[in-house]
Design a protein around this ligand. Structure first.
Ligand SMILES: *Cc1c(COP(=O)(O)O)cnc(C)c1O
Length: 471
């Protein structure tokens, strides 16, 4: 494709994207497709003859796009907001169009240095002190794995360079709660800690926040038994119910053992840009690492996860490799982000944040988040006043956890009722909600926060839910 052909095809594609975004509300939130439908609509054999870009766009429009769940739809309340603000989409285009390669500072100096600048802008906007050093990772899952590996090597004085875990007399222990995201357990397993040494600390029965005294007791018991407390992963805004583990008390308990504290604020970290919400994260300055996803509520198109570290030099020692072809002819001062994570080749992700922050401006992002916080409180109020509805967890930010419990229903019959009304709404395409398990029973999470969701969409949702439970 020549640059001129690209110019024509790209204009058409951009028009198509803008039209789709403008009309998002006219489509169902969840597509009416069954597993295998899209595979069946595509040729099984690879294409042999080229077709024009217009034909590809037509197939995108008719085969591919009808098969996506419209998470930009204002009636999408599932999982978490996965906002893809159009300003950040421009940054993604720019990143692709530049076609640069991030394997070292030298392979694209601006890729590294724009990233250094924007992660520091975000540090300032989230009220973190200047002792934090940031890097963009693909996802919070990767950020958690990176933190686990750094903690493991700190606790073992870099055993990776000799015997690895095979040479340890003292098993290494990980502490988190049952509310933590599944990626925490996955990271612990991948980092070699072993399921037997993952401790799920008790939580408060209402807030689901970790009990710091139970953490301290569990760590002491492990130490007394000859094990090594190595890392605590604190959830700052758990996925299920937005539980906030008490970071300050966790840091104090971890310090006794020299254990690493990683704060997983993947979803809720967006609220750090709101000064009035920072008390939820009190004590974060004492942690070793913190990650949050601009690619959720904040609105940067996937993928863009920020990882901040207190001691990047330690991480660099764990991650660094220095083969001859990567040795730089530049001075030793340049940041080599390949040594801050797992992949060698990195995209120019910083442009997404650079575009979004400059075009939308932080104040408009802040007011959108505040709108969502108000909307979630308002929604919870409505359900508290409606008969047979229960708000079953505190509304810390923008997620409301609900159960409809008509009298006489309990146990499995209640589960059947919950799953059937939520399924009715989801398959209708008029809205999308995520069922989730809390205290061994199904409940429904309403995750408010899509960029286009306004109060009237919540009014519409209440009507849908009321008629679904009545049916
Ligand atoms: C969404 C989420 C994750 C996982 O985020 P990815 O970027 O998809 O890996 C981890 N932790 C919490 C609390 C989350 O909400």
């Amino acid at each position: 494709m020549t640059p001129e052909e690209f110019r024509a095809a790209a204009h058409e594609l951009v028009d198509w994207i803008a039209d789709r975004r403008a009309a998002v509300e006219s489509r169902p939130v969840r597509p009416a497709v069954e597993p295998g439908d899209i595979v069946a609509a595509l040729p099984a054999e690879p294409p042999t003859e080229p077709v024009g870009a217009r034909q590809v766009l037509r197939d995108l429009d008719q085969i591919v796009a009808p098969g996506i769940t419209e998470v930009q739809h204002p009636m999408h309340f599932g999982w978490f907001p996965s906002n893809a603000s159009l300003s950040s989409v421009l940054g993604d285009f720019a990143s692709s169009g530049l076609g640069s390669l991030g394997i070292s500072w030298e392979s694209s100096p601006a890729l590294t240095e724009v990233e250094e600048v924007v992660v520091d802008w975000l540090r300032q906007l989230t009220g973190l002190d200047d002792g934090w050093h940031g890097v963009i990772q693909d996802t919070a899952s990767t950020a958690c794995l990176v933190a686990m590996l750094a903690a493991r090597e700190r606790a073992t004085d870099h055993r990776q360079t000799t015997t690895g875990l095979g040479g340890l007399e003292h098993p290494l222990c990980v502490y988190t709660t049952a509310e933590a995201h599944s990626s925490v357990r996955k990271s612990a397993l991948l980092a070699g800690f072993g399921a037997d040494f993952i401790r799920l600390i008790d939580v408060d029965p209402w807030t689901r926040d970790m009990k710091a005294d139970a953490l301290a007791a569990a760590m002491a018991a492990d130490r007394d038994a000859g094990r090594r407390p190595t890392i605590v992963v604190a959830s700052a805004g758990s996925t299920g119910t937005t539980a906030f583990d008490p970071i300050g008390e966790i840091v104090a308990a971890a310090d006794v053992h020299g254990a690493w504290v990683h704060v997983d604020a993947a979803m809720a970290g967006s609220a750090l840009v709101l000064p009035e919400k920072r008390e939820l994260f009190a004590g974060v300055e004492g942690a070793d690492s913190l990650s949050w996803n601009p690619h959720k509520w904040f609105g940067t198109i996937l993928d863009c996860s920020l990882l901040y570290l207190r001691d990047p030099d330690h991480l660099i020692r764990v991650m660094s490799t220095n083969p001859s072809y990567l040795r730089s002819t530049a001075g030793g001062e340049a940041t080599q982000y390949r040594d801050w994570g797992i992949p060698l080749g990195r995209r120019f992700r910083a442009l997404k944040l650079w575009y979004q922050l400059r075009i939308d401006g932080i104040e408009s992002i802040r007011s959108r988040l505040r709108r969502d916080l108000d909307n979630a409180q308002w929604l919870a109020e409505q359900f508290r006043d409606l008969p047979d509805w229960e708000v079953i967890a505190p509304v810390r930010l923008q997620t409301v956890c609900l159960r409809h419990t008509p009298s006489g229903l309990s146990g499995e019959a209640l589960d059947d009722h919950t799953l059937s009304w939520v399924r009715a709404i989801n398959t209708s395409g008029s809205a999308f909600l995520s069922p989730s398990v809390l205290d061994d029973r199904w409940m429904v999470r309403v995750s408010v926060g899509v960029e286009s969701t306004e109060r009237h969409h919540l009014e519409q949702l209440i009507e849908l839910m009321q008629s679904a439970v009545a049916a």
